[in-house]
Design a protein around this ligand. Structure first.
Ligand code: NAD
Length: 461
Protein backbone atom coordinates (compact mmCIF):
# COMPACT_ATOMS: atom_id res chain seq x y z
CA UNK A 1 0.00 0.00 0.00
CA UNK A 2 2.74 2.37 1.07
CA UNK A 3 4.75 1.43 -1.98
CA UNK A 4 1.74 1.88 -4.25
CA UNK A 5 1.19 5.36 -2.79
CA UNK A 6 4.86 6.20 -3.37
CA UNK A 7 4.63 5.10 -7.00
CA UNK A 8 1.38 7.03 -7.49
CA UNK A 9 2.80 10.24 -6.00
CA UNK A 10 6.06 9.94 -7.92
CA UNK A 11 4.20 9.48 -11.18
CA UNK A 12 1.99 12.55 -10.42
CA UNK A 13 5.08 14.69 -9.88
CA UNK A 14 6.80 13.21 -12.97
CA UNK A 15 3.73 13.95 -15.09
CA UNK A 16 3.62 17.53 -13.87
CA UNK A 17 7.32 17.96 -14.62
CA UNK A 18 6.81 16.60 -18.13
CA UNK A 19 3.90 18.99 -18.61
CA UNK A 20 5.88 21.92 -17.24
CA UNK A 21 8.75 21.13 -19.63
CA UNK A 22 6.32 21.17 -22.55
CA UNK A 23 6.44 24.98 -22.12
CA UNK A 24 2.66 25.38 -22.20
CA UNK A 25 2.54 27.31 -18.92
CA UNK A 26 4.99 29.90 -20.29
CA UNK A 27 2.10 31.29 -22.29
CA UNK A 28 0.40 33.96 -20.17
CA UNK A 29 -2.96 33.54 -21.90
CA UNK A 30 -2.89 29.84 -21.00
CA UNK A 31 -2.43 30.78 -17.32
CA UNK A 32 -5.30 33.28 -17.49
CA UNK A 33 -7.50 30.61 -19.08
CA UNK A 34 -6.80 28.18 -16.21
CA UNK A 35 -7.41 30.86 -13.56
CA UNK A 36 -10.74 31.81 -15.12
CA UNK A 37 -11.73 28.15 -15.25
CA UNK A 38 -10.87 27.78 -11.55
CA UNK A 39 -13.12 30.73 -10.69
CA UNK A 40 -16.02 29.39 -12.74
CA UNK A 41 -15.60 25.94 -11.22
CA UNK A 42 -15.60 27.34 -7.68
CA UNK A 43 -18.67 29.45 -8.43
CA UNK A 44 -20.55 26.58 -10.03
CA UNK A 45 -19.78 24.38 -7.03
CA UNK A 46 -20.27 26.94 -4.27
CA UNK A 47 -23.04 24.95 -2.61
CA UNK A 48 -20.77 21.87 -2.36
CA UNK A 49 -18.01 24.05 -0.89
CA UNK A 50 -20.45 25.54 1.66
CA UNK A 51 -21.66 22.05 2.60
CA UNK A 52 -18.14 20.73 3.09
CA UNK A 53 -17.03 23.58 5.33
CA UNK A 54 -20.26 23.32 7.31
CA UNK A 55 -19.47 19.67 7.96
CA UNK A 56 -15.95 20.55 9.12
CA UNK A 57 -16.79 23.60 11.30
CA UNK A 58 -20.49 24.40 11.07
CA UNK A 59 -19.35 27.60 9.37
CA UNK A 60 -22.10 29.68 7.75
CA UNK A 61 -22.31 30.65 4.08
CA UNK A 62 -21.91 34.34 4.81
CA UNK A 63 -18.74 33.80 6.85
CA UNK A 64 -17.38 31.32 4.28
CA UNK A 65 -17.90 33.84 1.50
CA UNK A 66 -16.46 36.69 3.55
CA UNK A 67 -13.34 34.88 4.78
CA UNK A 68 -12.69 32.27 2.10
CA UNK A 69 -14.32 32.40 -1.33
CA UNK A 70 -14.61 36.19 -1.70
CA UNK A 71 -10.86 36.73 -1.33
CA UNK A 72 -10.10 33.85 -3.75
CA UNK A 73 -12.36 35.34 -6.45
CA UNK A 74 -10.81 38.73 -5.89
CA UNK A 75 -7.27 37.29 -6.12
CA UNK A 76 -8.13 35.50 -9.39
CA UNK A 77 -9.72 38.61 -10.92
CA UNK A 78 -6.76 40.74 -9.98
CA UNK A 79 -4.24 38.20 -11.32
CA UNK A 80 -6.15 37.94 -14.62
CA UNK A 81 -6.23 41.72 -14.96
CA UNK A 82 -2.57 42.33 -14.07
CA UNK A 83 -0.81 39.17 -15.26
CA UNK A 84 0.35 40.46 -18.65
CA UNK A 85 2.02 43.38 -16.89
CA UNK A 86 3.51 41.28 -14.06
CA UNK A 87 4.98 38.75 -16.50
CA UNK A 88 6.61 41.38 -18.76
CA UNK A 89 10.42 41.79 -18.57
CA UNK A 90 11.20 44.88 -16.45
CA UNK A 91 13.82 47.25 -17.83
CA UNK A 92 16.40 48.39 -15.24
CA UNK A 93 19.28 50.84 -15.55
CA UNK A 94 22.74 49.85 -16.82
CA UNK A 95 26.04 51.11 -15.41
CA UNK A 96 28.42 53.14 -17.61
CA UNK A 97 30.98 50.32 -17.69
CA UNK A 98 28.54 48.31 -19.78
CA UNK A 99 27.51 51.10 -22.17
CA UNK A 100 25.60 50.69 -24.55
CA UNK A 101 23.92 47.58 -23.10
CA UNK A 102 20.30 47.25 -21.94
CA UNK A 103 19.39 45.36 -18.74
CA UNK A 104 16.22 43.49 -17.82
CA UNK A 105 14.64 41.43 -15.09
CA UNK A 106 12.71 38.58 -16.64
CA UNK A 107 10.29 36.65 -14.41
CA UNK A 108 10.22 32.93 -15.08
CA UNK A 109 8.20 30.19 -13.38
CA UNK A 110 10.04 27.93 -10.95
CA UNK A 111 8.55 24.61 -12.10
CA UNK A 112 6.64 22.02 -10.08
CA UNK A 113 5.45 23.55 -6.80
CA UNK A 114 4.10 21.92 -3.67
CA UNK A 115 1.47 23.84 -1.66
CA UNK A 116 0.71 22.45 1.80
CA UNK A 117 -2.34 23.95 3.51
CA UNK A 118 -3.58 24.35 7.08
CA UNK A 119 -7.13 23.57 8.24
CA UNK A 120 -8.33 26.85 9.76
CA UNK A 121 -9.32 28.61 6.51
CA UNK A 122 -8.99 25.52 4.37
CA UNK A 123 -9.99 27.03 1.00
CA UNK A 124 -8.21 30.31 1.53
CA UNK A 125 -4.78 29.00 2.61
CA UNK A 126 -4.79 26.27 -0.08
CA UNK A 127 -6.27 28.02 -3.12
CA UNK A 128 -4.77 31.52 -2.71
CA UNK A 129 -1.16 30.24 -3.00
CA UNK A 130 -2.28 27.92 -5.80
CA UNK A 131 -3.60 30.96 -7.71
CA UNK A 132 -0.27 32.76 -7.27
CA UNK A 133 1.66 29.66 -8.39
CA UNK A 134 -0.48 29.18 -11.52
CA UNK A 135 -0.35 32.91 -12.33
CA UNK A 136 3.45 32.70 -12.28
CA UNK A 137 3.36 29.77 -14.73
CA UNK A 138 4.05 26.83 -12.42
CA UNK A 139 2.33 23.51 -12.00
CA UNK A 140 0.98 22.73 -8.52
CA UNK A 141 0.58 19.72 -6.27
CA UNK A 142 -1.81 20.82 -3.52
CA UNK A 143 -1.88 18.95 -0.20
CA UNK A 144 -4.74 20.38 1.90
CA UNK A 145 -4.99 19.67 5.61
CA UNK A 146 -6.48 16.27 6.41
CA UNK A 147 -7.89 17.72 9.64
CA UNK A 148 -10.56 19.66 7.71
CA UNK A 149 -11.40 16.41 5.92
CA UNK A 150 -14.57 17.47 4.11
CA UNK A 151 -13.07 20.57 2.54
CA UNK A 152 -9.97 18.57 1.60
CA UNK A 153 -12.19 16.06 -0.21
CA UNK A 154 -14.16 18.85 -1.88
CA UNK A 155 -10.98 20.45 -3.25
CA UNK A 156 -9.66 17.08 -4.48
CA UNK A 157 -12.93 16.41 -6.30
CA UNK A 158 -12.97 19.86 -7.90
CA UNK A 159 -9.36 20.03 -9.04
CA UNK A 160 -8.73 16.36 -9.87
CA UNK A 161 -12.08 15.35 -11.37
CA UNK A 162 -13.65 18.56 -12.67
CA UNK A 163 -10.92 21.01 -13.60
CA UNK A 164 -8.98 18.29 -15.32
CA UNK A 165 -5.74 20.09 -16.11
CA UNK A 166 -2.24 18.60 -16.04
CA UNK A 167 -1.11 21.76 -14.25
CA UNK A 168 -2.88 21.05 -10.92
CA UNK A 169 -3.30 17.91 -8.79
CA UNK A 170 -4.56 17.50 -5.25
CA UNK A 171 -3.14 14.79 -3.00
CA UNK A 172 -5.07 14.21 0.20
CA UNK A 173 -3.59 12.86 3.40
CA UNK A 174 -1.84 13.50 6.69
CA UNK A 175 1.70 13.14 7.99
CA UNK A 176 2.35 9.79 6.29
CA UNK A 177 1.32 10.97 2.81
CA UNK A 178 3.02 14.35 3.25
CA UNK A 179 6.26 12.58 4.20
CA UNK A 180 6.07 10.57 0.96
CA UNK A 181 5.32 13.73 -1.04
CA UNK A 182 8.31 15.46 0.53
CA UNK A 183 10.62 12.70 -0.80
CA UNK A 184 10.01 14.10 -4.29
CA UNK A 185 11.99 16.89 -5.86
CA UNK A 186 10.01 20.15 -6.06
CA UNK A 187 11.07 23.52 -7.38
CA UNK A 188 9.26 25.34 -4.56
CA UNK A 189 7.42 24.43 -1.37
CA UNK A 190 4.82 26.82 0.00
CA UNK A 191 3.78 25.77 3.50
CA UNK A 192 1.04 27.18 5.75
CA UNK A 193 0.83 25.78 9.26
CA UNK A 194 2.46 25.67 12.66
CA UNK A 195 6.00 26.73 13.48
CA UNK A 196 6.69 23.17 14.72
CA UNK A 197 5.83 21.55 11.37
CA UNK A 198 7.37 24.49 9.48
CA UNK A 199 10.75 23.44 10.88
CA UNK A 200 10.23 19.87 9.60
CA UNK A 201 9.34 21.15 6.12
CA UNK A 202 12.31 23.53 6.06
CA UNK A 203 14.73 20.75 7.04
CA UNK A 204 13.30 18.41 4.41
CA UNK A 205 13.45 21.10 1.70
CA UNK A 206 17.09 21.84 2.58
CA UNK A 207 18.09 18.29 1.56
CA UNK A 208 17.23 19.15 -2.04
CA UNK A 209 17.92 22.89 -1.80
CA UNK A 210 14.27 23.58 -2.53
CA UNK A 211 13.20 27.20 -1.91
CA UNK A 212 10.42 27.53 0.64
CA UNK A 213 7.87 30.02 1.86
CA UNK A 214 6.72 29.40 5.41
CA UNK A 215 3.44 30.97 6.50
CA UNK A 216 3.42 30.17 10.22
CA UNK A 217 1.71 31.42 13.36
CA UNK A 218 2.61 33.03 16.66
CA UNK A 219 1.20 35.05 19.53
CA UNK A 220 -0.03 38.31 18.06
CA UNK A 221 -0.69 41.13 20.56
CA UNK A 222 -3.37 43.85 20.51
CA UNK A 223 -2.20 46.87 22.50
CA UNK A 224 -4.69 49.38 23.92
CA UNK A 225 -3.09 52.61 25.10
CA UNK A 226 -4.77 55.18 27.34
CA UNK A 227 -5.70 57.31 24.28
CA UNK A 228 -7.41 54.48 22.36
CA UNK A 229 -10.96 54.91 21.03
CA UNK A 230 -12.11 52.05 23.24
CA UNK A 231 -15.61 51.61 21.86
CA UNK A 232 -14.59 51.26 18.21
CA UNK A 233 -11.32 49.47 19.04
CA UNK A 234 -13.05 46.81 21.12
CA UNK A 235 -15.78 46.34 18.52
CA UNK A 236 -13.19 45.67 15.82
CA UNK A 237 -11.01 43.53 18.06
CA UNK A 238 -13.87 41.34 19.33
CA UNK A 239 -15.07 40.63 15.79
CA UNK A 240 -11.56 39.63 14.67
CA UNK A 241 -10.74 37.58 17.76
CA UNK A 242 -13.90 35.46 17.82
CA UNK A 243 -14.32 35.12 14.05
CA UNK A 244 -13.85 31.40 13.25
CA UNK A 245 -13.88 30.86 17.05
CA UNK A 246 -10.40 32.33 17.35
CA UNK A 247 -8.90 29.83 14.89
CA UNK A 248 -7.30 32.61 12.82
CA UNK A 249 -3.55 32.91 12.39
CA UNK A 250 -3.59 36.74 12.49
CA UNK A 251 -6.24 37.10 15.22
CA UNK A 252 -5.04 38.90 18.34
CA UNK A 253 -3.81 36.14 20.65
CA UNK A 254 -3.89 38.41 23.71
CA UNK A 255 -4.55 42.04 24.71
CA UNK A 256 -2.21 44.37 26.56
CA UNK A 257 -4.11 47.27 28.15
CA UNK A 258 -2.94 50.41 29.95
CA UNK A 259 -3.79 50.10 33.67
CA UNK A 260 -5.69 53.43 33.70
CA UNK A 261 -8.33 52.16 31.23
CA UNK A 262 -8.48 48.49 32.15
CA UNK A 263 -11.73 48.55 34.12
CA UNK A 264 -13.55 50.40 31.36
CA UNK A 265 -11.91 48.12 28.76
CA UNK A 266 -13.21 44.97 30.49
CA UNK A 267 -16.74 46.37 30.87
CA UNK A 268 -16.94 47.32 27.19
CA UNK A 269 -15.34 44.02 26.14
CA UNK A 270 -17.97 41.95 27.94
CA UNK A 271 -20.78 44.14 26.57
CA UNK A 272 -19.49 43.76 23.01
CA UNK A 273 -19.19 39.97 23.30
CA UNK A 274 -22.75 39.77 24.67
CA UNK A 275 -24.23 41.89 21.92
CA UNK A 276 -22.47 39.87 19.18
CA UNK A 277 -24.63 36.89 20.31
CA UNK A 278 -22.19 34.13 19.44
CA UNK A 279 -24.07 30.89 18.73
CA UNK A 280 -23.80 28.21 16.08
CA UNK A 281 -27.60 28.10 15.78
CA UNK A 282 -27.73 31.71 14.53
CA UNK A 283 -24.73 31.28 12.17
CA UNK A 284 -22.59 33.70 14.19
CA UNK A 285 -20.10 31.17 15.51
CA UNK A 286 -18.24 28.01 14.49
CA UNK A 287 -17.11 24.77 16.07
CA UNK A 288 -13.57 23.97 17.13
CA UNK A 289 -12.09 21.85 14.37
CA UNK A 290 -11.74 18.59 16.33
CA UNK A 291 -11.94 17.03 19.79
CA UNK A 292 -8.18 17.26 20.41
CA UNK A 293 -8.20 21.01 19.92
CA UNK A 294 -11.40 21.39 21.98
CA UNK A 295 -9.78 19.40 24.79
CA UNK A 296 -6.60 21.49 24.55
CA UNK A 297 -8.63 24.72 24.92
CA UNK A 298 -10.67 23.32 27.81
CA UNK A 299 -7.45 22.48 29.65
CA UNK A 300 -6.25 26.07 29.13
CA UNK A 301 -9.54 27.38 30.57
CA UNK A 302 -9.37 25.06 33.55
CA UNK A 303 -5.80 26.07 34.32
CA UNK A 304 -6.65 29.80 34.37
CA UNK A 305 -8.82 32.25 36.31
CA UNK A 306 -11.81 33.03 34.12
CA UNK A 307 -13.11 36.60 34.18
CA UNK A 308 -15.93 36.07 31.70
CA UNK A 309 -17.28 33.06 29.76
CA UNK A 310 -15.46 29.78 30.22
CA UNK A 311 -18.38 27.70 28.91
CA UNK A 312 -17.78 24.79 26.59
CA UNK A 313 -19.32 21.60 25.25
CA UNK A 314 -16.74 18.95 24.45
CA UNK A 315 -19.19 16.68 22.61
CA UNK A 316 -20.39 19.46 20.34
CA UNK A 317 -16.85 20.89 20.03
CA UNK A 318 -17.91 24.37 21.14
CA UNK A 319 -15.87 26.74 23.27
CA UNK A 320 -17.52 30.11 23.97
CA UNK A 321 -15.69 33.46 24.09
CA UNK A 322 -13.68 33.56 27.28
CA UNK A 323 -11.76 36.41 28.91
CA UNK A 324 -8.87 35.70 31.25
CA UNK A 325 -7.95 38.70 33.39
CA UNK A 326 -4.80 39.64 35.37
CA UNK A 327 -2.60 37.50 33.13
CA UNK A 328 1.20 37.90 33.21
CA UNK A 329 3.67 37.29 30.40
CA UNK A 330 5.11 34.45 32.54
CA UNK A 331 1.79 32.53 32.78
CA UNK A 332 1.37 29.16 31.00
CA UNK A 333 -1.26 30.61 28.62
CA UNK A 334 1.42 32.97 27.25
CA UNK A 335 3.74 30.15 26.14
CA UNK A 336 2.19 29.09 22.84
CA UNK A 337 -0.36 30.27 20.31
CA UNK A 338 -3.90 29.84 21.73
CA UNK A 339 -5.65 29.43 18.37
CA UNK A 340 -9.09 29.50 19.98
CA UNK A 341 -11.62 31.91 21.58
CA UNK A 342 -9.67 32.58 24.79
CA UNK A 343 -8.51 36.15 25.33
CA UNK A 344 -5.92 36.83 28.03
CA UNK A 345 -5.77 40.46 29.21
CA UNK A 346 -2.45 41.77 30.48
CA UNK A 347 -2.09 45.16 32.16
CA UNK A 348 0.86 47.52 31.50
CA UNK A 349 2.00 50.78 33.06
CA UNK A 350 4.87 52.01 30.94
CA UNK A 351 4.92 51.67 27.15
CA UNK A 352 8.73 51.52 27.04
CA UNK A 353 8.81 48.57 29.47
CA UNK A 354 6.05 46.89 27.45
CA UNK A 355 8.00 47.28 24.21
CA UNK A 356 11.15 45.84 25.84
CA UNK A 357 9.08 42.83 26.90
CA UNK A 358 7.53 42.38 23.43
CA UNK A 359 10.94 42.72 21.76
CA UNK A 360 12.24 39.83 23.86
CA UNK A 361 9.50 37.48 22.64
CA UNK A 362 9.37 35.54 19.31
CA UNK A 363 8.34 37.77 16.40
CA UNK A 364 4.57 37.32 15.86
CA UNK A 365 2.69 37.08 12.56
CA UNK A 366 0.68 40.21 13.41
CA UNK A 367 0.43 43.06 15.92
CA UNK A 368 -2.25 45.68 16.52
CA UNK A 369 -2.02 49.09 18.15
CA UNK A 370 -4.98 51.11 19.43
CA UNK A 371 -4.03 54.70 20.07
CA UNK A 372 -4.77 58.22 18.90
CA UNK A 373 -1.22 59.49 19.45
CA UNK A 374 1.03 59.97 16.43
CA UNK A 375 4.24 59.29 18.40
CA UNK A 376 2.90 55.96 19.65
CA UNK A 377 1.92 54.91 16.13
CA UNK A 378 5.44 55.74 14.94
CA UNK A 379 7.01 53.90 17.88
CA UNK A 380 4.85 50.84 17.19
CA UNK A 381 5.90 50.71 13.53
CA UNK A 382 9.58 51.43 14.23
CA UNK A 383 10.35 49.43 17.34
CA UNK A 384 8.29 46.23 17.11
CA UNK A 385 8.98 43.50 14.56
CA UNK A 386 6.04 41.42 13.28
CA UNK A 387 4.77 40.06 9.95
CA UNK A 388 2.11 42.73 9.36
CA UNK A 389 -0.45 44.58 11.38
CA UNK A 390 -2.82 47.47 11.75
CA UNK A 391 -3.39 50.63 13.77
CA UNK A 392 -6.88 51.00 15.28
CA UNK A 393 -7.99 48.02 13.19
CA UNK A 394 -7.57 44.23 13.38
CA UNK A 395 -6.94 41.60 10.65
CA UNK A 396 -8.32 43.82 7.83
CA UNK A 397 -4.78 44.34 6.47
CA UNK A 398 -5.23 40.81 5.05
CA UNK A 399 -7.93 42.03 2.68
CA UNK A 400 -5.79 44.65 0.91
CA UNK A 401 -4.05 42.85 -2.01
CA UNK A 402 -1.48 45.64 -2.11
CA UNK A 403 -0.26 44.65 1.36
CA UNK A 404 1.81 41.45 1.04
CA UNK A 405 0.99 38.82 3.63
CA UNK A 406 3.62 36.86 5.54
CA UNK A 407 5.63 36.46 8.72
CA UNK A 408 9.07 37.33 10.01
CA UNK A 409 11.40 35.37 12.28
CA UNK A 410 9.51 32.58 14.05
CA UNK A 411 6.26 33.45 12.22
CA UNK A 412 7.78 32.52 8.86
CA UNK A 413 9.27 34.08 5.75
CA UNK A 414 8.26 34.91 2.20
CA UNK A 415 4.97 36.58 1.45
CA UNK A 416 2.10 36.55 -0.99
CA UNK A 417 -1.21 38.08 -2.17
CA UNK A 418 -1.44 40.05 -5.41
CA UNK A 419 1.82 40.87 -7.19
CA UNK A 420 3.88 39.56 -4.25
CA UNK A 421 2.33 36.12 -4.71
CA UNK A 422 3.38 36.16 -8.35
CA UNK A 423 6.94 37.17 -7.35
CA UNK A 424 7.09 34.52 -4.62
CA UNK A 425 6.53 31.79 -7.22
CA UNK A 426 8.87 33.35 -9.83
CA UNK A 427 12.58 33.60 -10.42
CA UNK A 428 13.67 37.01 -11.72
CA UNK A 429 16.37 36.25 -14.28
CA UNK A 430 18.89 39.09 -14.69
CA UNK A 431 19.69 39.67 -18.37
CA UNK A 432 22.09 42.06 -20.08
CA UNK A 433 21.81 42.56 -23.84
CA UNK A 434 24.82 44.27 -25.40
CA UNK A 435 25.25 45.37 -29.00
CA UNK A 436 28.58 44.68 -30.73
CA UNK A 437 29.13 48.03 -32.44
CA UNK A 438 31.10 49.46 -29.50
CA UNK A 439 33.56 47.98 -26.99
CA UNK A 440 35.60 49.49 -24.16
CA UNK A 441 38.94 47.73 -24.33
CA UNK A 442 40.01 48.58 -20.76
CA UNK A 443 39.32 45.13 -19.27
CA UNK A 444 41.47 43.25 -21.78
CA UNK A 445 45.09 42.32 -21.22
CA UNK A 446 47.81 43.36 -21.51
CA UNK A 447 46.83 45.47 -18.46
CA UNK A 448 48.24 48.95 -18.01
CA UNK A 449 48.36 51.49 -15.20
CA UNK A 450 46.50 54.01 -17.38
CA UNK A 451 43.62 51.57 -17.96
CA UNK A 452 43.62 50.66 -14.28
CA UNK A 453 42.90 54.31 -13.37
CA UNK A 454 39.98 54.41 -15.82
CA UNK A 455 38.61 51.11 -14.57
CA UNK A 456 38.60 52.50 -11.01
CA UNK A 457 36.75 55.63 -12.19
CA UNK A 458 34.18 53.75 -14.29
CA UNK A 459 33.43 51.17 -11.61
CA UNK A 460 32.31 54.02 -9.37
CA UNK A 461 29.68 55.22 -11.87
P1 NAD B 1 0.04 22.02 11.14
O1 NAD B 1 1.44 22.55 11.09
O2 NAD B 1 -0.29 20.99 12.15
O3 NAD B 1 -0.36 21.37 9.72
C1 NAD B 1 -0.18 22.07 8.50
C2 NAD B 1 -0.01 21.07 7.37
O4 NAD B 1 1.16 20.29 7.62
C3 NAD B 1 -1.15 20.08 7.21
O5 NAD B 1 -1.43 19.95 5.83
C4 NAD B 1 -0.62 18.79 7.79
O6 NAD B 1 -1.12 17.63 7.14
C5 NAD B 1 0.88 18.90 7.53
N1 NAD B 1 1.68 18.23 8.54
C6 NAD B 1 1.40 18.10 9.87
N2 NAD B 1 2.41 17.43 10.49
C7 NAD B 1 3.33 17.13 9.54
C8 NAD B 1 4.59 16.44 9.55
N3 NAD B 1 5.08 15.91 10.66
N4 NAD B 1 5.25 16.31 8.38
C9 NAD B 1 4.75 16.83 7.23
N5 NAD B 1 3.56 17.48 7.16
C10 NAD B 1 2.86 17.64 8.29
O7 NAD B 1 -0.87 23.31 11.26
P2 NAD B 1 -2.43 23.37 11.39
O8 NAD B 1 -2.81 22.83 12.73
O9 NAD B 1 -3.09 22.84 10.18
O10 NAD B 1 -2.69 24.95 11.38
C11 NAD B 1 -2.57 25.76 12.51
C12 NAD B 1 -1.31 26.59 12.46
O11 NAD B 1 -1.18 27.20 11.18
C13 NAD B 1 -1.35 27.73 13.45
O12 NAD B 1 -0.08 27.87 14.03
C14 NAD B 1 -1.65 28.95 12.58
O13 NAD B 1 -1.19 30.16 13.13
C15 NAD B 1 -0.93 28.59 11.33
N6 NAD B 1 -1.49 29.29 10.19
C16 NAD B 1 -0.74 30.22 9.57
C17 NAD B 1 -1.26 30.92 8.51
C18 NAD B 1 -0.46 31.96 7.79
O14 NAD B 1 -0.88 32.35 6.71
N7 NAD B 1 0.67 32.41 8.32
C19 NAD B 1 -2.56 30.64 8.05
C20 NAD B 1 -3.28 29.68 8.69
C21 NAD B 1 -2.75 29.00 9.78
Amino acid sequence: MNNDKKIEIKSMVDNQRKFFRSGKTLDVSYRIKILKRIKILLQENESKLYDAIYQDFKKSEIETYMTELGSIYHEIDRACRRLKYWAKPKRVGTNILNFPAKSFLVPEPLGVCLVIGAWNYPYNVSILPLVSAVAAGNTVILKPSEIASHTSKAMAALFNDELNTEAISVIEGGVKQTSIILEQKFDKIFFTGSTRVGKIIYAKAAEKLTPVTLELGGKSPAIFTETADLKMGIKRMVWAKFLNAGQTCIAPDYCVVHHSIKEKFLTLLVAEIKQASYAIENDNYVQIINSNNTQRLIELIEGATVFYGGDYDLDKRIVFPTILNNVNFEDAIMESEIFGPLLPVIEYKDINDLFLKLQSRPKPLAAYMFTSKKEIKKKFIKELSFGGGAINEVIMQFTNPKLPFGGVGESGFGNYHGKKGFSDFSHYKSIMDKPTFFELSLKYSPYSLRNFKWIKKLLRL
